[in-house]
Design a protein around this ligand. Structure first.
Ligand code: COA
Length: 398
């Protein structure tokens, strides 16, 4: 096998045009906002505009990547999501068109709750390992939706992370050893007839910790770097305190010599964006990576462990090394603009949006133009979803 390093050559994230402060939900529910702000570690959540969904989020995240690197070497695009918009057609096919990728390309969708982007990344790395001339576009994209008044309501959110996987990567070289764990368990799921997920929150926390423990032990048996050889840890974050709980658990099982202050210091930079975006399901661990890269200086040569968990459940732990000179490839200003550019909505607006369901007839159902992004979901007509490019709001007369 070729020993060419393979990994993340570029990474970019996008979120929605709207945002809700979680204090608004706390006030309506009559509970202390600190339960959300510090108890689960969530301050805000991104809310999709009526013409935003997983496809527009994915295309918005990936556009800067194809604009920087061109389209010629991309022969595979994978969209990882658990917010499927069609039971048959892959969201990747819509994204492929919106991005103007070439016709000689495979486009496919991966699903396994919040884990699927990691499966997509490993699949992509294998393709590039086989032919280092090729590049693979992997986009993790999700809109987390729970019922109103459920315990999951404050852990909603939406976002997408796009990665270009290539040989001789500019940002992170993936290391080959991974730890794996699969178990059939009902901690979180969304049956076909529902547009909100079902979750047994306490079971999901226990299942997450159990799966990470077993994947870690497998990684160690497979020869992965030990705890002391890892500089930073990026966890799946359904809410950011989950990463803290998981890391404290890992410290115990790895019998690592570290204080809780060190745990907090090593995790904090990876939590900053997800506190504001909310849960973005399979995108969350990769948004955590973007947050780490954007908020810590001089990561050159540092090893990051990735602890990926998807309810149901599958876990995978792998590592990567930050490449020298990576900092000049980051998109820190664009990411800050995406977060700061969101418009705050109030509870009445949020409730109206939450109540909205997709039409089920074959009529024409155009959506109003609300998004500030480059692509919009224009509506449904004849049971077909319509997507179009749109000038970003900054380019439009207001
Ligand atoms: N100030 C500070 N902290 C507070 C507080 C306050 N006023 N009130 C409560 N808290 C703390 C609690 O002590 C608890 O902390 P702990 O977990 O360290 O004990 C935390 O806030 C949450 O409180 P809890 O009563 O457990 O909340 P909940 O029953 O509403 O459930 C979740 C919280 C996260 C389980 C729930 O939001 C959920 O199920 N979310 C979905 C999770 C998910 O997506 N899982 C699937 C993927 S892994």
């Amino acid at each position: 096998m070729s020993s060419t390093p393979v990994g993340i050559h570029d990474i970019s994230f996008a979120t929605t045009s709207l945002v809700l402060d979680l204090g608004v939900i706390a006030t309506r529910m009559g509970i202390d906002p600190q339960k959300y702000y510090s108890g689960i570690g969530q301050v805000e959540m991104s809310v999709p505009a009526r013409d935003e969904d997983i496809v527009t989020l994915a295309a918005n995240a990936a556009l800067p990547i194809v604009e920087r690197h061109g389209r010629d070497r991309i022969r595979t695009v994978i969209v990882a999501t658990e917010t499927g918009i069609d039971q048959s057609k892959a969201a990747a096919v819509y994204v492929h068109r919106l991005l103007g990728l070439g016709e000689n390309c495979r486009a496919v969708e991966f699903k396994q709750a919040c884990y699927s982007a990691t499966a997509a990344l490993q699949f992509a790395a294998a393709i590039v390992q086989r032919d280092p001339q090729q590049q693979v576009l992997v986009v993790a994209t999700d809109v987390a939706r729970y019922d109103l008044q459920s315990s999951g309501e404050p852990t909603q959110g939406a976002g997408a992370a796009a990665m270009l996987v290539a040989a001789d990567p500019a940002i992170i070289a993936l290391e080959p050893v991974t730890g794996l764990y699969t178990e059939d368990i009902m901690d979180f799921w969304r049956p076909n007839h529902r547009d909100t997920a079902l979750v047994d929150g306490k079971t999901s926390i226990r299942a997450y910790l159990h799966a990470i423990e077993h994947a870690w032990q497998d990684a160690q048996r497979q020869g992965a770097p030990g705890f002391e050889q890892i500089d930073y840890f990026c966890y799946h974050q359904p809410f950011t305190v989950m990463a803290v709980k998981a890391h404290r658990h890992l410290v115990k099982i790895a019998a690592a010599q570290t204080s809780s202050a060190q745990v907090d210091a090593v995790l904090e930079p990876s939590l900053i964006y997800n506190r504001q975006v909310g849960n973005s399901y399979t995108a969350s661990m990769y948004i955590a990576l973007v947050s780490l890269l954007d908020n810590v200086a001089q990561l050159d040569g540092k090893r990051i462990a990735f602890l990926s968990y998807g309810s149901g459940c599958v876990a995978e732990i792998f590592t990567g090394v930050v490449q020298p000179g990576y900092a000049s490839h980051l998109r820190t200003a664009a990411h800050a603009a995406a977060l700061q550019g969101r418009t705050a909505i109030d509870d009445a607006d949020y409730l109206a949006r939450h109540a909205q369901t997709q039409p089920t007839d074959a009529g024409a159902h155009p959506t109003p133009h609300e998004t500030t992004g480059h692509f919009r979901y224009a509506g449904l007509s004849g049971n077909k979803r319509l997507y179009e490019a749109t000038p970003a709001r900054s380019d439009r007369a207001s």
